[in-house]
Design a protein around this ligand. Structure first.
Ligand code: AMP
Length: 508
C-alpha cells in the first residue's frame, strides 16, 4: 500500500521549498531568520519539546510576547504533532487558571518575568512542565532550543489531527477553545495565498498580535506557504509602519490600523510605492475609511471576513471591485448561506439572516464542550457564525452585526449597523456604537454612543435632530451619549457587552 502523505502543515510549508537563504522573518530588534535558519531552529525547538515530555496530541500553552521564537515554537508544535494553545498576553493569572485547568497542557511557556507565578499555578493545577521564552532569544526554553540538535523528523499527521486550540474572545460567558486541525489551517492558508496572490517576492508588514487567528494563521501561514518575508513589529505603531512601508509589499491589519495610519501625515502615495496589497479584517471597516484610504494612497483596501472557529470565510476580490462596506464573496471551497436564525430556513434573497458556513476551514468543535458544539451546527454540518448578514444584488456579502447585538425595541428588529451608518454620516461624528439596553415599555431602548471628531463639540440634541426623518421612528436612538472613545479589544473590536453594562440603567 502506498504511504498516505502527511497532512502536517509543517510538511506542507517545507514541500513548497522556499530557498534556504531567503529571509523568512525580520524583527524590529534586527533578528533576521532565513527559511533555512527558521527550519533548523524549529527542529531544535521540536527536540526540546520532546525532551520535556511533549507527545503527539498534547497541548502546549504559550502566553509569551511576540517574537521570532514564538513562531519557532509554533512550528515546533506542528513538527512534534502537539497542539499549540496561544493565550492573549493580557490575560491575568486568574484567567490563566481557567484556560490551563481546562486545556491541561503538557507544557506551558510563559514570559521570563512570569515564571515564578506560572510555576506556582501549574503546581496547583498539577501541570507537568513550565518554561519561559523572552523576546530577545532569552528564557529557559530558548536555552533548551540552543542546546538541542538541529535535525528532527517531523511527525506525520492526518488531516483531522489537532494543530491548535484557540480560545474565543468570549464576550458572553466563558470563552471556548476552538479546536483547529492541520487541514483547517492549511486549506485556508493555501486558498488565501492564491486569492491574494502571495509569492516569495512579498514583504509583509506583520504588526498584529500572534495569539489570534489573524496574526497567527492568516498572516504567518500565508507568508510561510508562499516563501515570503515577514517584517515583524511587536506592536502596532503607525510611525513604525509608515517608516517600513517603502520596503514592503503588503500589510494585514484591523480597521484601527487604517484609521490611525490615516491620522499620520507621513502616509503618502510615495511611501506606498512598492506596496501591492492592503488587507483588512477582524472588525468592520467603515466605508468612509475605505474611501479616505483610496484617496490618500491610491489603493483599495481588500476587506475580508472570518472568525476563530472558521478561519477566513469571505474576501473581496483581488481583481475586480473591492466594494466598501462589504466582505466580498465566499472563498473558493467555502460554502456560505444566509438563514433564519431560529429555524435555519433559507431567507429570501437579499434579506437579513444569520451567516452559516461549511468547508474544510471549519473547526472540529469546542474543546471538551460537545453540547455547546452541537448547538452551533445545523444537522447538515453548517456552522452558525452568529453574525447577521445579507447578500446584495451582485453577490457581495454585507455584515450587519452580531445576532446577539441585534436590538429588539417594541417588537421590531433594529440592526445597529444601519443606525450607526446614519449617525456616522452626520457632520462632526468620528464613529458610533448602537446598543439595546433594558427599557420598561419597549423591552430594549435603542441607545447610541457617539465619538466626535477631534475638536468638535457634539450634543445629544444636535445628533437627534440631525437624525430626524432619516430613520424610522422605532430605529431612532432614545438616548445619545457623547464620549471620547469606544472600548475596544486587542483586535480593534468594539466591546458592545461593556457598553451595555455601562448604560444598563439608562431607562430605569
Ligand atoms: P474572532 O473570532 O475574534 O476573529 O472574531 C470573529 C468575529 O469578528 C466575526 O464573527 C465577526 O463578528 C467579526 N468580523 C471579522 N471580520 C469582520 C469584517 N470584515 N467585518 C465585520 N465583522 C468582522
Amino acid at each position: 500500500m502506498p504511504e498516505t502523505p502527511s497532512a502536517n502543515l509543517f510538511d506542507l510549508i517545507a514541500a513548497r521549498r522556499p530557498r534556504s537563504d531567503q529571509l523568512a522573518l525580520e524583527t524590529s530588534d534586527a533578528t533576521r531568520l532565513t527559511y533555512g535558519a527558521l527550519f533548523a531552529r524549529s527542529a531544535q525547538a521540536a527536540n526540546a519539546l520532546v525532551a520535556l515530555g511533549v507527545e503527539p496530541g498534547d497541548r502546549v500553552a504559550a502566553q509569551v510576547d511576540k517574537s521570532a521564537d514564538m513562531i519557532v515554537l509554533a512550528l515546533a508544535c506542528l513538527r512534534t504533532g502537539a497542539a499549540l494553545l496561544p493565550l492573549n498576553t493580557a490575560y491575568t493569572l486568574a484567567e490563566l487558571e481557567h484556560f490551563l485547568g481546562d486545556a491541561q497542557p503538557a507544557l506551558t511557556v510563559c514570559r521570563p518575568d512570569g515564571l515564578d507565578d506560572i510555576r506556582r499555578l501549574a503546581q496547583k493545577l498539577g501541570l507537568p512542565a513550565v518554561e519561559s521564552l523572552g523576546v530577545a532569544g532569552d528564557g529557559t526554553f530558548a536555552e533548551r532550543i540552543a542546546a538541542s540538535p538541529a535535525e528532527f523528523a517531523t511527525v506525520a499527521r492526518a488531516p483531522d489531527d489537532l494543530a491548535a486550540i484557540l480560545y474565543t474572545s468570549g464576550t458572553t460567558g466563558r470563552s471556548k477553545g476552538a479546536m483547529l486541525t492541520h487541514e483547517n489551517l492549511s486549506s485556508n492558508a493555501l486558498t488565501l495565498v492564491d486569492a491574494w496572490r502571495f509569492t516569495a517576492a512579498d514583504r509583509l508588514i506583520h504588526a498584529l498580535p500572534v495569539f489570534h487567528t489573524h496574526g497567527l494563521f492568516v498572516a504567518v501561514n500565508v507568508a510561510l506557504l508562499s516563501g515570503a518575508t515577514m517584517i515583524f513589529q511587536n506592536r502596532f505603531d503607525p510611525g513604525a509602519v509608515i517608516h517600513t512601508l517603502p520596503e514592503a509589499t503588503s500589510l494585514m491589519g484591523v480597521p484601527t490600523f487604517y484609521t490611525r495610519l490615516l491620522e499620520h501625515a507621513g502616509l503618502t502615495r510615495e511611501v506606498c510605492r512598492r506596496m501591492r496589497l492592503f488587507v483588512c479584517g477582524s472588525a468592520p471597516l467603515l466605508a468612509e475609511t475605505h474611501a479616505a484610504w483610496r484617496e490618500r494612497t491610491g489603493f483599495s483596501i481588500l476587506e475580508r471576513y472570518g472568525m476563530t472557529e472558521t478561519n477566513m470565510i469571505t474576501s473581496n476580490p483581488y481583481d475586480g471591485e473591492r466594494r466598501a462596506g462589504t466582505v466580498g464573496f465566499a472563498l473558493p471551497g467555502v460554502s456560505v448561506r444566509i438563514s433564519e436564525a431560529e429555524t435555519g430556513a433559507p431567507v429570501p434573497s437579499g434579506e437579513i439572516g444569520v451567516i452559516e458556513v461549511k468547508g474544510p476551514n471549519v473547526f472540529r468543535g469546542y474543546w471538551r464542550m460537545p453540547e455547546k458544539t452541537a448547538q452551533e451546527f445545523r444537522p447538515d454540518g453548517y456552522f452558525i457564525t452568529g453574525d447577521l448578514g445579507q447578500v446584495d444584488a451582485d453577490g457581495y456579502i454585507h455584515i450587519v452585526g452580531r445576532a446577539k447585538d441585534l436590538v429588539i425595541s417594541g417588537g421590531f428588529n433594529v440592526y445597529p449597523k444601519e443606525v450607526e451608518s446614519e449617525i456616522d454620516s452626520i457632520e462632526g461624528v468620528l464613529e458610533s456604537a448602537v446598543i439595546g439596553v433594558p427599557h420598561a415599555d419597549f423591552g430594549e431602548g435603542v441607545t447610541a454612543v457617539v465619538v466626535p471628531r477631534p475638536g468638535v463639540i457634539l450634543t445629544e440634541a444636535a445628533i437627534l435632530s440631525a437624525l430626524t426623518g432619516r430613520l424610522a421612528k422605532f430605529k431612532a436612538p432614545k438616548r445619545v451619549f457623547v464620549v471620547e472613545s469606544l472600548p475596544r479589544n486587542a483586535m480593534g473590536k468594539v466591546q458592545k457587552a461593556t457598553l451595555r453594562e455601562t448604560y444598563k440603567d439608562t431607562f430605569r
